[in-house]
Design a protein around this ligand. Sequence first.
Ligand SMILES: Cc1cc2nc3c(=O)[nH]c(=O)nc-3n(C[C@H](O)[C@H](O)[C@H](O)COP(=O)(O)OP(=O)(O)OC[C@H]3O[C@@H](n4cnc5c(N)ncnc54)[C@H](O)[C@@H]3O)c2cc1C
Length: 421
Amino acid sequence: MRIVIIGAGLLGVSTAWFLAKSGNEVVVIDRRSAPALETSFANGGMLTPSQAAPWNTPGIAWQILRLLGQDESPIRIKYSRLAGLAGWGTAFLRYSKSEHFRNNFQKNIRLARYSLDQVKMIRQQQGIVYDHSHQGTLKIFQSREALRHARALLEIAAPETIRYELLDQQAVIALEPALEPVSDTLAGGLYFPDDEAGDAHRFCLELANASSLAGVSFLYDTTLTAMVRQGNRIQSVRTTSGDLTADLYVLAAGSYSRMLAQSINLRLPIYPVKGYSLTIDTVNTPGRLPVLPVIDELRHIAVTPLGQRLRIAGKAELAGYDTTIDSRRSGLLLKFFRQLYPELASGLEPDAIQPWTGLRPYTCDGVPLIGSCSIENLILNTGHGHLGWTLAAGSGRLIADMISGNRPGLDLTPYALSRFE
Ligand SMILES: Cc1cc2nc3c(=O)[nH]c(=O)nc-3n(C[C@H](O)[C@H](O)[C@H](O)COP(=O)(O)OP(=O)(O)OC[C@H]3O[C@@H](n4cnc5c(N)ncnc54)[C@H](O)[C@@H]3O)c2cc1C
Protein backbone atom coordinates (compact mmCIF):
# COMPACT_ATOMS: atom_id res chain seq x y z
CA MET A 1 0.00 0.00 0.00
CA ARG A 2 1.23 3.54 -0.76
CA ILE A 3 0.94 5.91 2.18
CA VAL A 4 1.71 9.61 2.48
CA ILE A 5 2.43 10.85 6.00
CA ILE A 6 2.04 14.56 6.68
CA GLY A 7 4.59 15.63 9.29
CA ALA A 8 8.02 14.34 10.33
CA GLY A 9 7.81 14.92 14.07
CA LEU A 10 7.75 12.16 16.67
CA LEU A 11 4.40 10.87 15.45
CA GLY A 12 5.10 10.99 11.72
CA VAL A 13 8.53 9.37 11.99
CA SER A 14 7.35 6.61 14.35
CA THR A 15 4.46 5.82 12.03
CA ALA A 16 6.73 5.78 8.99
CA TRP A 17 9.12 3.35 10.67
CA PHE A 18 6.49 0.80 11.59
CA LEU A 19 4.68 1.12 8.24
CA ALA A 20 7.92 0.51 6.36
CA LYS A 21 8.69 -2.52 8.54
CA SER A 22 5.29 -3.92 7.55
CA GLY A 23 6.20 -3.70 3.87
CA ASN A 24 4.35 -0.52 2.83
CA GLU A 25 5.53 2.17 0.43
CA VAL A 26 5.84 5.31 2.56
CA VAL A 27 6.42 8.97 1.72
CA VAL A 28 6.78 11.52 4.54
CA ILE A 29 6.46 15.22 3.81
CA ASP A 30 7.55 18.04 6.08
CA ARG A 31 7.91 21.76 5.54
CA ARG A 32 11.15 21.79 7.51
CA SER A 33 14.59 20.79 6.28
CA ALA A 34 14.92 17.75 8.59
CA PRO A 35 12.81 15.69 11.02
CA ALA A 36 11.62 16.94 14.42
CA LEU A 37 12.34 20.64 14.05
CA GLU A 38 9.04 21.79 15.58
CA THR A 39 7.41 20.53 18.82
CA SER A 40 9.48 17.34 18.86
CA PHE A 41 12.73 19.33 18.90
CA ALA A 42 13.49 20.24 22.53
CA ASN A 43 10.71 18.89 24.71
CA GLY A 44 11.14 17.80 28.33
CA GLY A 45 12.68 14.49 27.26
CA MET A 46 10.53 12.43 29.60
CA LEU A 47 8.96 9.09 28.70
CA THR A 48 6.60 9.01 31.60
CA PRO A 49 3.59 6.70 31.89
CA SER A 50 3.52 8.15 35.42
CA GLN A 51 2.47 11.54 34.02
CA ALA A 52 -0.25 10.15 31.75
CA ALA A 53 -2.99 12.08 33.54
CA PRO A 54 -4.71 14.58 31.25
CA TRP A 55 -4.09 18.14 32.41
CA ASN A 56 -7.82 18.66 32.93
CA THR A 57 -7.89 17.08 36.37
CA PRO A 58 -11.03 17.43 38.52
CA GLY A 59 -11.05 20.97 39.93
CA ILE A 60 -8.85 22.38 37.15
CA ALA A 61 -11.12 25.40 36.63
CA TRP A 62 -10.39 26.73 40.14
CA GLN A 63 -6.74 25.86 39.82
CA ILE A 64 -6.45 27.83 36.57
CA LEU A 65 -8.24 30.81 38.10
CA ARG A 66 -5.92 30.73 41.11
CA LEU A 67 -2.76 30.37 38.99
CA LEU A 68 -3.75 33.05 36.48
CA GLY A 69 -3.77 35.57 39.30
CA GLN A 70 -0.12 34.89 40.17
CA ASP A 71 2.80 36.93 38.81
CA GLU A 72 4.89 33.91 37.95
CA SER A 73 2.04 31.68 36.85
CA PRO A 74 2.88 28.56 34.82
CA ILE A 75 -0.33 29.21 32.87
CA ARG A 76 -0.98 32.21 30.67
CA ILE A 77 -3.84 33.07 28.37
CA LYS A 78 -3.56 35.70 25.66
CA TYR A 79 -6.97 37.26 25.91
CA SER A 80 -6.84 38.45 22.30
CA ARG A 81 -6.96 34.75 21.38
CA LEU A 82 -10.04 33.91 23.42
CA ALA A 83 -12.30 33.81 20.38
CA GLY A 84 -10.61 30.75 18.84
CA LEU A 85 -10.34 29.14 22.24
CA ALA A 86 -13.92 29.21 23.49
CA GLY A 87 -15.24 25.88 22.14
CA TRP A 88 -12.10 23.91 22.97
CA GLY A 89 -11.80 25.57 26.38
CA THR A 90 -15.38 24.78 27.36
CA ALA A 91 -14.93 21.13 26.38
CA PHE A 92 -11.56 21.03 28.21
CA LEU A 93 -13.35 22.05 31.42
CA ARG A 94 -16.22 19.63 30.78
CA TYR A 95 -13.79 16.70 30.47
CA SER A 96 -12.34 17.48 33.90
CA LYS A 97 -15.33 15.76 35.57
CA SER A 98 -14.14 12.80 37.65
CA GLU A 99 -15.66 10.07 35.50
CA HIS A 100 -14.15 11.50 32.27
CA PHE A 101 -10.83 12.13 33.93
CA ARG A 102 -10.51 8.58 35.26
CA ASN A 103 -11.47 7.10 31.91
CA ASN A 104 -9.07 9.31 29.94
CA PHE A 105 -6.24 8.81 32.40
CA GLN A 106 -6.58 5.05 31.98
CA LYS A 107 -6.58 5.33 28.19
CA ASN A 108 -3.32 7.28 28.32
CA ILE A 109 -1.69 4.91 30.81
CA ARG A 110 -2.46 1.89 28.64
CA LEU A 111 -1.02 3.58 25.58
CA ALA A 112 2.00 4.94 27.47
CA ARG A 113 2.96 1.50 28.76
CA TYR A 114 2.53 -0.05 25.35
CA SER A 115 4.55 2.78 23.82
CA LEU A 116 7.45 2.36 26.22
CA ASP A 117 7.64 -1.31 25.20
CA GLN A 118 7.86 -0.22 21.55
CA VAL A 119 10.63 2.29 22.33
CA LYS A 120 12.62 -0.42 24.09
CA MET A 121 12.14 -2.75 21.16
CA ILE A 122 13.30 -0.12 18.64
CA ARG A 123 16.33 0.66 20.82
CA GLN A 124 17.28 -2.99 21.11
CA GLN A 125 16.69 -3.87 17.47
CA GLN A 126 18.24 -0.76 15.92
CA GLY A 127 20.83 0.06 18.56
CA ILE A 128 19.92 3.72 18.27
CA VAL A 129 21.39 6.21 20.72
CA TYR A 130 19.45 9.25 21.94
CA ASP A 131 20.92 10.16 25.36
CA HIS A 132 18.43 7.82 26.92
CA SER A 133 18.26 6.71 30.53
CA HIS A 134 15.92 4.44 32.42
CA GLN A 135 16.29 5.48 36.01
CA GLY A 136 12.70 6.53 36.61
CA THR A 137 11.32 9.95 37.51
CA LEU A 138 11.29 11.75 40.85
CA LYS A 139 8.42 14.14 41.61
CA ILE A 140 9.07 16.47 44.51
CA PHE A 141 6.61 18.27 46.77
CA GLN A 142 7.01 21.21 49.11
CA SER A 143 3.87 20.51 51.13
CA ARG A 144 2.25 17.38 52.54
CA GLU A 145 -1.07 18.49 51.15
CA ALA A 146 0.27 18.62 47.57
CA LEU A 147 1.81 15.19 48.04
CA ARG A 148 -1.46 13.78 49.36
CA HIS A 149 -3.35 15.31 46.42
CA ALA A 150 -0.91 13.77 43.91
CA ARG A 151 -1.31 10.33 45.48
CA ALA A 152 -5.07 10.65 45.41
CA LEU A 153 -4.95 11.40 41.67
CA LEU A 154 -2.82 8.29 41.10
CA GLU A 155 -5.33 6.18 42.99
CA ILE A 156 -8.04 7.43 40.62
CA ALA A 157 -6.22 5.58 37.81
CA ALA A 158 -6.74 2.20 39.50
CA PRO A 159 -6.86 -0.54 38.31
CA GLU A 160 -4.39 0.74 35.65
CA THR A 161 -1.92 1.30 38.44
CA ILE A 162 1.31 3.15 38.15
CA ARG A 163 4.15 1.79 40.26
CA TYR A 164 5.57 4.37 42.67
CA GLU A 165 7.44 4.71 45.94
CA LEU A 166 6.57 7.29 48.56
CA LEU A 167 9.72 9.09 49.76
CA ASP A 168 10.43 11.26 52.78
CA GLN A 169 12.81 14.19 52.60
CA GLN A 170 15.89 12.07 53.35
CA ALA A 171 15.00 9.46 50.75
CA VAL A 172 14.53 12.20 48.13
CA ILE A 173 18.05 13.50 48.74
CA ALA A 174 19.49 9.98 48.77
CA LEU A 175 18.00 9.48 45.31
CA GLU A 176 18.95 12.90 43.94
CA PRO A 177 21.87 14.40 45.91
CA ALA A 178 21.90 17.53 43.70
CA LEU A 179 18.74 18.64 45.59
CA GLU A 180 20.55 18.65 48.92
CA PRO A 181 20.87 22.50 49.10
CA VAL A 182 17.04 22.78 49.07
CA SER A 183 16.28 19.75 51.23
CA ASP A 184 14.74 21.95 53.96
CA THR A 185 12.01 23.08 51.58
CA LEU A 186 10.89 19.56 50.64
CA ALA A 187 8.03 17.63 52.22
CA GLY A 188 8.76 14.45 50.28
CA GLY A 189 8.47 12.89 46.88
CA LEU A 190 7.13 10.17 44.65
CA TYR A 191 9.52 8.01 42.71
CA PHE A 192 8.30 6.30 39.54
CA PRO A 193 10.82 3.55 38.71
CA ASP A 194 9.33 2.52 35.34
CA ASP A 195 9.76 5.87 33.54
CA GLU A 196 12.49 6.59 31.02
CA ALA A 197 14.03 9.68 29.46
CA GLY A 198 15.82 10.62 26.26
CA ASP A 199 16.26 13.25 23.58
CA ALA A 200 13.25 13.14 21.25
CA HIS A 201 15.01 15.05 18.48
CA ARG A 202 17.94 12.62 18.39
CA PHE A 203 15.53 9.69 18.50
CA CYS A 204 13.67 11.08 15.48
CA LEU A 205 16.88 11.70 13.53
CA GLU A 206 18.09 8.17 14.17
CA LEU A 207 14.72 6.59 13.45
CA ALA A 208 14.29 8.66 10.28
CA ASN A 209 17.71 7.43 9.10
CA ALA A 210 16.74 3.84 9.85
CA SER A 211 13.41 4.41 8.06
CA SER A 212 15.19 5.79 4.97
CA LEU A 213 17.32 2.65 4.90
CA ALA A 214 14.10 0.62 5.17
CA GLY A 215 12.80 2.40 2.05
CA VAL A 216 10.86 5.45 3.35
CA SER A 217 11.11 8.60 1.18
CA PHE A 218 11.34 11.84 3.15
CA LEU A 219 10.41 14.98 1.24
CA TYR A 220 11.71 17.90 3.30
CA ASP A 221 11.23 21.61 2.60
CA THR A 222 7.83 20.53 1.30
CA THR A 223 4.74 22.28 2.62
CA LEU A 224 1.33 20.74 2.26
CA THR A 225 -0.84 23.52 0.86
CA ALA A 226 -4.13 21.67 0.37
CA MET A 227 -5.78 18.30 0.64
CA VAL A 228 -8.05 17.61 -2.29
CA ARG A 229 -11.20 15.92 -1.08
CA GLN A 230 -13.66 14.22 -3.34
CA GLY A 231 -16.72 12.94 -1.53
CA ASN A 232 -15.54 10.88 1.37
CA ARG A 233 -11.97 10.43 0.19
CA ILE A 234 -8.76 12.37 -0.18
CA GLN A 235 -7.92 12.33 -3.86
CA SER A 236 -4.47 13.89 -3.61
CA VAL A 237 -2.45 16.39 -1.62
CA ARG A 238 -1.02 19.58 -3.04
CA THR A 239 2.46 20.43 -1.87
CA THR A 240 5.14 22.94 -2.75
CA SER A 241 6.98 20.02 -4.40
CA GLY A 242 3.98 19.05 -6.55
CA ASP A 243 0.85 16.93 -6.13
CA LEU A 244 1.07 13.53 -4.42
CA THR A 245 -1.37 10.65 -4.49
CA ALA A 246 -1.62 7.63 -2.23
CA ASP A 247 -3.96 4.90 -1.08
CA LEU A 248 -3.92 6.34 2.44
CA TYR A 249 -2.88 9.59 4.08
CA VAL A 250 -1.75 9.89 7.70
CA LEU A 251 -2.18 13.29 9.33
CA ALA A 252 0.61 13.77 11.86
CA ALA A 253 1.16 17.53 11.64
CA GLY A 254 1.07 18.26 15.37
CA SER A 255 -0.80 21.44 16.30
CA TYR A 256 -1.26 22.25 12.61
CA SER A 257 -3.33 19.11 12.07
CA ARG A 258 -6.36 21.10 13.18
CA MET A 259 -5.93 23.74 10.46
CA LEU A 260 -5.21 21.19 7.76
CA ALA A 261 -8.25 19.13 8.73
CA GLN A 262 -10.42 22.23 8.85
CA SER A 263 -9.65 22.86 5.19
CA ILE A 264 -11.48 19.62 4.32
CA ASN A 265 -14.32 20.27 6.78
CA LEU A 266 -13.04 17.86 9.40
CA ARG A 267 -13.11 19.28 12.92
CA LEU A 268 -10.34 18.20 15.27
CA PRO A 269 -10.67 19.40 18.89
CA ILE A 270 -6.99 20.39 19.16
CA TYR A 271 -5.56 23.64 20.52
CA PRO A 272 -1.85 24.59 20.53
CA VAL A 273 -0.57 24.85 24.11
CA LYS A 274 2.72 26.68 24.06
CA GLY A 275 5.57 25.54 26.29
CA TYR A 276 9.16 26.54 26.88
CA SER A 277 12.41 24.72 27.46
CA LEU A 278 16.01 25.58 28.21
CA THR A 279 18.85 23.28 27.23
CA ILE A 280 21.99 23.67 29.28
CA ASP A 281 25.33 22.35 28.18
CA THR A 282 26.83 20.93 31.36
CA VAL A 283 30.24 19.93 29.96
CA ASN A 284 32.04 22.82 31.68
CA THR A 285 29.55 23.36 34.51
CA PRO A 286 31.09 22.90 37.96
CA GLY A 287 29.02 21.39 40.79
CA ARG A 288 26.95 18.29 41.38
CA LEU A 289 24.93 17.43 38.29
CA PRO A 290 21.42 15.98 38.62
CA VAL A 291 21.35 12.24 38.08
CA LEU A 292 17.69 11.68 37.30
CA PRO A 293 14.66 13.50 35.89
CA VAL A 294 12.87 15.61 38.48
CA ILE A 295 9.42 17.20 38.32
CA ASP A 296 8.83 20.05 40.73
CA GLU A 297 5.12 20.12 41.54
CA LEU A 298 5.20 23.63 42.99
CA ARG A 299 7.11 25.38 40.23
CA HIS A 300 5.59 23.26 37.43
CA ILE A 301 8.95 22.54 35.86
CA ALA A 302 10.75 19.36 34.85
CA VAL A 303 14.53 19.00 34.81
CA THR A 304 15.90 16.09 32.77
CA PRO A 305 19.53 15.05 32.34
CA LEU A 306 20.18 14.20 28.68
CA GLY A 307 23.76 13.01 28.35
CA GLN A 308 25.95 16.07 28.85
CA ARG A 309 23.00 18.43 28.81
CA LEU A 310 20.14 19.33 31.07
CA ARG A 311 16.68 20.07 29.74
CA ILE A 312 14.38 22.31 31.79
CA ALA A 313 10.80 22.41 30.54
CA GLY A 314 7.52 23.92 31.60
CA LYS A 315 4.83 26.58 31.07
CA ALA A 316 1.45 26.30 29.42
CA GLU A 317 0.27 29.25 27.36
CA LEU A 318 -2.86 29.59 25.33
CA ALA A 319 -1.67 32.07 22.77
CA GLY A 320 -2.74 30.62 19.43
CA TYR A 321 0.05 29.70 17.05
CA ASP A 322 2.53 32.26 18.38
CA THR A 323 5.98 30.64 18.64
CA THR A 324 8.07 33.66 19.58
CA ILE A 325 10.32 33.20 22.60
CA ASP A 326 9.28 35.65 25.32
CA SER A 327 12.46 36.19 27.34
CA ARG A 328 10.42 36.92 30.50
CA ARG A 329 8.80 33.49 30.28
CA SER A 330 12.01 31.60 29.50
CA GLY A 331 13.68 33.73 32.21
CA LEU A 332 11.15 32.35 34.70
CA LEU A 333 12.21 28.81 33.87
CA LEU A 334 15.80 29.79 34.59
CA LYS A 335 14.81 31.51 37.82
CA PHE A 336 12.98 28.38 39.03
CA PHE A 337 15.91 26.21 38.01
CA ARG A 338 18.23 28.46 40.05
CA GLN A 339 15.92 28.12 43.05
CA LEU A 340 15.90 24.35 42.79
CA TYR A 341 19.58 23.73 42.00
CA PRO A 342 21.31 26.84 43.47
CA GLU A 343 24.72 25.20 43.72
CA LEU A 344 24.74 24.08 40.12
CA ALA A 345 23.14 27.27 38.78
CA SER A 346 25.79 29.51 40.37
CA GLY A 347 28.39 28.11 37.95
CA LEU A 348 26.29 28.49 34.80
CA GLU A 349 27.62 30.50 31.86
CA PRO A 350 24.79 32.36 30.07
CA ASP A 351 25.95 31.18 26.65
CA ALA A 352 25.56 27.55 27.76
CA ILE A 353 21.77 28.06 27.88
CA GLN A 354 19.58 27.55 24.82
CA PRO A 355 15.93 28.68 25.05
CA TRP A 356 13.22 27.10 22.90
CA THR A 357 9.46 27.07 22.57
CA GLY A 358 7.00 24.59 21.05
CA LEU A 359 3.25 24.05 20.64
CA ARG A 360 1.74 20.97 22.29
CA PRO A 361 -1.14 19.68 20.15
CA TYR A 362 -3.69 19.36 22.96
CA THR A 363 -7.08 17.68 22.55
CA CYS A 364 -9.92 18.89 24.74
CA ASP A 365 -10.04 15.58 26.65
CA GLY A 366 -6.26 15.08 26.92
CA VAL A 367 -6.26 11.83 24.89
CA PRO A 368 -4.69 11.66 21.40
CA LEU A 369 -6.56 11.12 18.14
CA ILE A 370 -5.39 7.84 16.65
CA GLY A 371 -7.03 5.90 13.84
CA SER A 372 -9.70 6.29 11.19
CA CYS A 373 -12.12 9.17 10.80
CA SER A 374 -15.11 10.00 8.63
CA ILE A 375 -12.86 10.43 5.58
CA GLU A 376 -12.23 6.89 4.35
CA ASN A 377 -8.58 7.08 3.42
CA LEU A 378 -7.41 9.57 6.06
CA ILE A 379 -5.83 8.25 9.26
CA LEU A 380 -5.16 10.50 12.26
CA ASN A 381 -2.11 10.29 14.48
CA THR A 382 -2.09 13.58 16.29
CA GLY A 383 -3.17 15.53 19.38
CA HIS A 384 -0.71 13.95 21.82
CA GLY A 385 -0.47 17.08 23.98
CA HIS A 386 2.07 16.94 26.79
CA LEU A 387 2.69 13.23 26.12
CA GLY A 388 3.83 13.06 22.50
CA TRP A 389 7.24 11.58 23.29
CA THR A 390 5.77 9.12 25.78
CA LEU A 391 3.08 7.94 23.37
CA ALA A 392 4.74 8.22 19.94
CA ALA A 393 6.19 4.78 19.32
CA GLY A 394 3.05 3.01 20.51
CA SER A 395 0.79 5.24 18.42
CA GLY A 396 2.94 4.64 15.33
CA ARG A 397 2.87 0.89 15.84
CA LEU A 398 -0.90 0.81 16.34
CA ILE A 399 -1.52 2.75 13.13
CA ALA A 400 0.90 0.56 11.17
CA ASP A 401 -0.73 -2.64 12.44
CA MET A 402 -4.19 -1.33 11.69
CA ILE A 403 -3.25 -0.36 8.12
CA SER A 404 -1.28 -3.53 7.46
CA GLY A 405 -4.07 -5.81 8.61
CA ASN A 406 -2.27 -7.02 11.75
CA ARG A 407 -4.16 -7.18 15.00
CA PRO A 408 -3.20 -3.97 16.90
CA GLY A 409 -1.71 -4.47 20.36
CA LEU A 410 -4.43 -2.23 21.86
CA ASP A 411 -8.04 -1.57 20.96
CA LEU A 412 -8.02 1.69 18.97
CA THR A 413 -11.66 2.60 19.66
CA PRO A 414 -10.93 4.75 22.76
CA TYR A 415 -8.57 6.94 20.71
CA ALA A 416 -10.84 7.48 17.70
CA LEU A 417 -12.18 10.90 16.73
CA SER A 418 -15.68 9.39 16.81
CA ARG A 419 -15.61 9.54 20.64
CA PHE A 420 -16.61 13.19 20.32
CA GLU A 421 -19.70 12.47 18.22
C1 LIG B 1 7.83 22.50 26.46
C2 LIG B 1 7.38 21.11 26.07
C3 LIG B 1 7.78 20.03 26.83
C4 LIG B 1 7.34 18.76 26.51
N1 LIG B 1 7.81 17.70 27.23
C5 LIG B 1 7.40 16.44 26.93
C6 LIG B 1 7.91 15.34 27.66
O1 LIG B 1 8.76 15.48 28.55
N2 LIG B 1 7.41 14.09 27.38
C7 LIG B 1 6.47 13.89 26.42
O2 LIG B 1 6.01 12.77 26.24
N3 LIG B 1 6.03 14.93 25.64
C8 LIG B 1 6.47 16.19 25.88
N4 LIG B 1 6.02 17.24 25.14
C9 LIG B 1 5.03 16.99 24.07
C10 LIG B 1 5.66 16.48 22.78
O3 LIG B 1 6.84 17.17 22.49
C11 LIG B 1 4.65 16.65 21.63
O4 LIG B 1 3.44 16.02 21.97
C12 LIG B 1 5.18 16.02 20.34
O5 LIG B 1 6.42 16.58 19.99
C13 LIG B 1 4.20 16.21 19.19
O6 LIG B 1 4.75 15.58 18.08
P1 LIG B 1 4.04 15.66 16.66
O7 LIG B 1 4.80 14.78 15.76
O8 LIG B 1 2.59 15.46 16.83
O9 LIG B 1 4.18 17.21 16.25
P2 LIG B 1 5.47 18.00 15.69
O10 LIG B 1 6.70 17.56 16.34
O11 LIG B 1 5.12 19.45 15.77
O12 LIG B 1 5.53 17.53 14.21
C14 LIG B 1 4.61 17.97 13.23
C15 LIG B 1 5.37 18.16 11.95
O13 LIG B 1 4.44 18.56 10.94
C16 LIG B 1 5.05 19.49 10.09
N5 LIG B 1 4.01 20.28 9.43
C17 LIG B 1 3.02 21.00 10.00
N6 LIG B 1 2.27 21.57 9.08
C18 LIG B 1 2.77 21.19 7.87
C19 LIG B 1 2.42 21.45 6.50
N7 LIG B 1 1.38 22.25 6.17
N8 LIG B 1 3.17 20.90 5.53
C20 LIG B 1 4.24 20.10 5.83
N9 LIG B 1 4.61 19.83 7.09
C21 LIG B 1 3.89 20.36 8.08
C22 LIG B 1 5.93 20.31 11.03
O14 LIG B 1 7.00 20.93 10.33
C23 LIG B 1 6.40 19.28 12.04
O15 LIG B 1 7.68 18.77 11.73
C24 LIG B 1 6.45 18.55 25.41
C25 LIG B 1 6.08 19.64 24.63
C26 LIG B 1 6.53 20.91 24.94
C27 LIG B 1 6.13 22.07 24.07
